[in-house]
Design a protein around this ligand. Structure first.
Ligand SMILES: [Fe+2]
Ligand SMILES: [Fe+2]
Length: 378
């Protein structure tokens, strides 16, 4: 674990992480962790986790039959619509007018292509992130010492399999292209999986990656009118809200016991992970595919981060920051992470609603069931 944090706008550190598609069919992460049995089978000793488990069992959906895969999707229309209110897209347009910028020669055709590649990149990262979640949660089943958490994690494993299935199918059948895993996201998942401490799996996946995904899904749901994508995202989001709640509820108990130095290690992990999550939005792979050098364009986006405080990217921390606060990681006695989040411009979210309560509002299956019941009752 780094003792001196890297500066959040260190260009070389950002560019040194590059996604390489070397044609390998698999990626292996070596790890050394304890698989733990518990002999305490008393269900419900942790009532909040037990409630989550009961909720998960009645909130299942089937990606093969509950989504209308016959929906015709126009990838260009879908991408243009998704980019309409995107500050990044507005910024790219402004760079077209800026002398010396790497996209100075771009016209409408290139901008549309950029929107399409951007969309494919976003959905591809969801796909790979979902597989990361599948693997991490299977790990939690083995490592967490509480029966209520093992029960709940087992339901999340099935949720994640379904998420991988539906994002993979959407990419293959509707967008017909796919990107490899972004290097920043991949490095974070590698860090999470190579760590032997069970709480770090939760902290990296349930709090950071899923917290950010929940915010990103919300943006897509609000922006897109493509019916298949909207329904898919709605179902996935209602699962993800439970997953983030699972992380908050489990770590809250575990972190109440930690010493100052142990908490500091977790704070540093959150900071490094947050930078990696943010840097993946620089979309290095997209620029390379469009023939624009990442080294030439990335400094413009770092400048934009600094000057404009991009709402979209900051909003992605709307779940992570309040959840970290709930875990005691923004504790005023150990202000280290509070200072880092201040530098990143995301501390304003500390009092947003945390996800340990929000999942009940996002339950798509429950909402559909009550609508159907109301219709039958009329
Ligand atoms: Fe997921
Ligand atoms: Fe998840």
């Amino acid at each position: 674990m780094a003792t001196t944090p890297r500066a959040h706008d260190d260009l070389e550190a950002i560019l040194s992480q590059v996604a390489v598609d070397d044609g390998a069919a698999t990626h292996t992460i070596a790890s050394d962790f304890d698989a733990t049995f518990t002999w305490n089978y008393a269900k419900g000793e942790r009532p909040a986790l037990d409630k989550l488990y009961e909720k998960a069992k009645t909130s299942q959906w089937n990606g093969a039959t509950d989504l209308d895969w016959s929906t015709e999707v126009d990838p260009e229309r879908t991408a243009v619509e998704l980019s309409r209110n995107d500050r990044r897209m507005q910024y790219v347009r402004s760079l077209v007018d800026e002398p010396g910028s790497p996209v100075r020669s771009w016209g409408e055709r290139e901008i549309t292509r950029y929107a399409m590649e951007n969309t494919a990149h976003r959905v591809s990262q969801f796909l790979h992130g979902e597989q990361g979640a599948l693997i991490c949660t299977a790990r939690i089943v083995e490592t967490v010492p509480w029966i209520d958490a093992k029960y709940y994690a087992s339901t999340q494993v099935l949720d994640e399999a379904r998420h991988v299935e539906v994002f993979g199918r959407y990419l293959d059948e509707k967008l017909e292209t796919r990107y490899p895993m972004n290097a920043h996201l991949g490095a974070l998942i590698d860090d999470v999986l190579s760590d032997s401490r069970w709480d770090i799996t939760y902290l990296g996946m349930q709090i950071l990656i899923e917290g950010l995904a929940l915010a990103a899904f919300g943006t897509i749901y609000r922006t897109s009118s493509e019916p298949l994508l909207r329904q898919l995202i709605r179902y996935v989001m209602s699962d993800e809200a439970r997953h983030v709640a699972f992380g908050v509820l489990s770590l809250q108990e575990a972190y109440a016991e930690l010493s100052g130095p142990e908490l500091r290690e977790r704070q540093e992990f959150v900071y490094e992970g947050s930078l990696r999550m943010r840097d993946r939005f620089l979309h290095q792979e997209v620029w390379e595919r469009l023939g624009v050098s990442a080294r030439a364009i990335v400094p413009y986006f770092i400048r934009q981060n600094r000057d404009e405080e991009i709402l979209f990217q900051r909003m992605l921390f709307a779940k992570i920051v309040p959840n970290c606060k709930k875990l005691g990681l923004l504790d005023p006695r150990t202000p280290w992470l509070r200072e880092r989040f201040t530098e990143m411009g995301v501390l304003e979210y500390e009092d947003f609603v945390d996800t340990s309560v929000e999942y009940t509002e996002l339950n798509a299956i429950e909402q559909e069931r009550s609508t159907t019941e109301a219709a039958v009752g009329q």
